[in-house]
Every structure is written in C-alpha cells, then in structure tokens.
Design a protein around this ligand. Structure first.
Ligand code: DOR
Ligand code: ZN
Length: 346
C-alpha cells in the first residue's frame, strides 16, 4: 500500500541538551523509518525553548543535521507571552504545559495561561498538555479568547467525552491521541516497569476503549515520541516518556487490517488532518510504502531512535514500513532493524 508521508505534531527531539537520549540525526532517521516525513519538536529541552533567541539558535543548529522536515514549538512560561507572540512566525506553534511532566515548563497560574491565550495569534497553533480538569480549563480559555486550542495526548474517557461535547457545541477545539494510549493500559504499564512511565499515565481499559469508540472525535494520531535511555528507564525514578515514531504506522495499519478503522481514515489521522491543522506544506514527491501481511513481531531493539527500545516490543503487527520517499529521495529500510518476521529473524 502506498500512502502519503505521516505528519507527527508531537515529538521530543531532545535538542538542545538531551543528546544522550536522541539527536537531530537519530530522531529524524526514526521518523523516516516510521513513515513520518514531518515532525514538530517540543520545547521542554535543556534549556527550554522559551525565547526567540533560543528557538532560532536551536533551529540553526539542527538545520544541517535533520533528515526530515522539522518545526519547533515555543514553550510558554509565566513571563514570555508578549515576547514570543511578537516573534511567533519562527515557531510552528506554542506549547503550554498545564500539568507536570518531564522538565520545568509548566504554567503555575490561570493569569499566566490567560496571557498566552490572549497574546498568541489566533491563526497560529496553540497546543496544551491539559489532563483532567485542565482539559476543561483549556477549552474554557479557548472559548473565552475566541481562538482554537489543540489538546495533546488525550488519554481518558472523561476528557474525550468533554472534547466531543465541546465540538458538538461548536467550540474551536481539536485533539490528538497517541498509539500508547490506544494500545496500552495501566496493567501493561505495570508489566513494563519504568519503561511504562509516561505522562499522561497509561489509563484503564475503559479509558482506552473510550478513545477507540470516540475515534470520530480525534483529529490526529501523534506519537509523543519521548525517548529516554534504557539506563534512565531502569533507574529508581525513571523519567516519563516512550519512543513511538517507528511503531505508529505499523500499529495503525494493523488496526486497519483488523477492521477497526478504514485506510482512508488512518491517512486522515496520520497525515492529512495534522498537515492541515498545523499548516504544514505537503512535500512534493513524497510517499510511504507499506507492506501488509505478517504478522511481524515488534523487536525490542534495532531501532533508529537513540533510545532503541519500544513499549510495544513483542506485539504482533500486520503492517510495516518498506520505504519512505521524501522529495524524491527514497529512504529504504536497509536499516539496523525492521519489524521482525515471526518467528525468528527478518
Ligand atoms: O511522558 C512524557 N514524556 N510526557 C510528556 O509530556 C513529556 C515527555 C518527555 O519529554 O519525556
Ligand atoms: Zn510530549
């Protein structure tokens, strides 16, 4: 099957300051290996990308190192609303953290959040990490400021139900879900130990099922690819996050093979809608070749991501990426590994 390249609006590329977890080279190689041609990089880096000077410097530093298209978000702080709104054009959007997660970026007050919702141009993407009651806060701020908001990694039944109701009421809200929240539950998280730590936390089977039953409300599949090293994940206090760039398409097209959604809908969720919402120009002469069949088993190493592990290791998939073409250049899967034919080697 040939499909358009995927657009992943939620990726942690870890530049600057996290090169032991991921580099611009390894992160974008992972994207291409997973059939992703454009990624939007999150700002919870070291230092966080919260000023025009830091964001511009980071983009300049990675320019010659990246292998697919990359945009980068500003991170909202309690004091930077006006400064970044003035220089909004260099960012792909603004990310606001309303809950705790990896790194120091988190808004502490309603006043600070309101400043950003007011200052950031309504025509530019505004993405929030907003779990539970914060989902309601984010939707309320968007409604009050008459501007769109995009809710990142929706994970729970009550959140997706609220977003469904908000959309029904005509409010300007869009959302994404991750493959790990669609495929894994709290019970899997316990079995995975530190590797299962992620924010939002893996939820209940009922939450996971609600995401599937509200798939019509979901705008994008985004991976929240959040690489951390094995050493860190095996530590007593593992950082939250899991890699996902190389497993998203195989999982989604396995769901297509299982009749859980159509191939057209998968392409909408992975490519067309994120490109439209985030105004990402579709690169010419680009496509992804998928092989359907298998089953293949997701390997536990051999990935392009520097983290080189997967929370989905051992899962059977019925699709794999054969090659990704970006602007006429084909990136075949002569890579360290591929999804393994079951049983044994590939
Ligand atoms: O699990 C997570 N990890 N959730 C986030 O929101 C951040 C991410 C990271 O940066 O590692
Ligand atoms: Zn994230």
């Amino acid at each position: 099957m040939v499909i358009p390249g995927a657009v992943d609006v939620h990726v942690h590329l870890r530049h600057p300051g996290g090169s032991h977890k991921e580099t611009p080279e390894t992160g974008t190689a992972a994207a291409l290996a997973g059939g992703v041609v454009a990624i939007l990089a999150m700002p919870n880096t070291l230092p966080p990308l919260a000023t025009p000077a830091d964001l511009r410097a980071s983009l300049d530093q990675i320019a010659t190192r990246i292998r697919c298209d990359v945009g980068a978000y500003y991170g909202a702080t309690d004091t930077n609303a006006d400064m970044i709104a003035e220089q909004n054009a260099i960012a792909c959007g603004l990310k606001i953290y309303l809950n705790d997660t990896y790194g120091p970026l988190r808004l502490e007050t309603l006043a600070a959040a309101a400043q950003h919702f007011s200052a950031w141009p309504a025509s530019r993407p505004l993405v929030v990490h907003a779990e539970g009651l914060m989902t309601a806060a984010a939707i309320g701020l968007a409604a009050a400021h008459r501007r769109p908001v995009h809710i990142a990694h929706v994970s729970r039944r009550e959140e997706i139900e609220l977003i469904a109701a908000a959309k029904e009421a005509g409010l300007p809200v869009t959302c994404e879900v991750t493959p790990h929240h669609l495929w894994l539950t709290h019970a899997d998280g316990i079995a995975l130990g530190g590797y299962g730590e992620v924010r939002p936390a893996l939820a209940s089977a009922a939450d996971r099922d609600a995401l599937w039953s509200h798939l019509n409300v979901v705008d994008c599949i985004a991976t929240d690819h959040a690489p951390h090293s094995r050493e860190e994940k095996e530590d007593v206090s593992p950082p939250p996050g899991m890699p996902g760039l190389e497993t998203s398409l195989p999982l989604l097209f396995t769901a297509v093979a299982d009749g859980r959604l159509t191939a057209d809908r998968a392409v909408e969720l992975l490519s067309t809608t994120p490109a439209r919402l985030f105004r990402i120009p579709t690169p010419a002469h680009s496509e992804v070749r998928l092989e359907l069949g298998g089953p293949w088993s997701v390997p536990d190493s051999g990935f392009q991501t520097r983290a080189d592990w997967s929370p989905f290791a051992g899962m059977a998939v019925r699709a794999r990426v054969v090659s990704t073409t970006l602007r006429g250049q084909s990136h075949g899967m002569a890579r360290k590994s591929s999804l393994r034919r079951e049983p044994g080697t590939f």
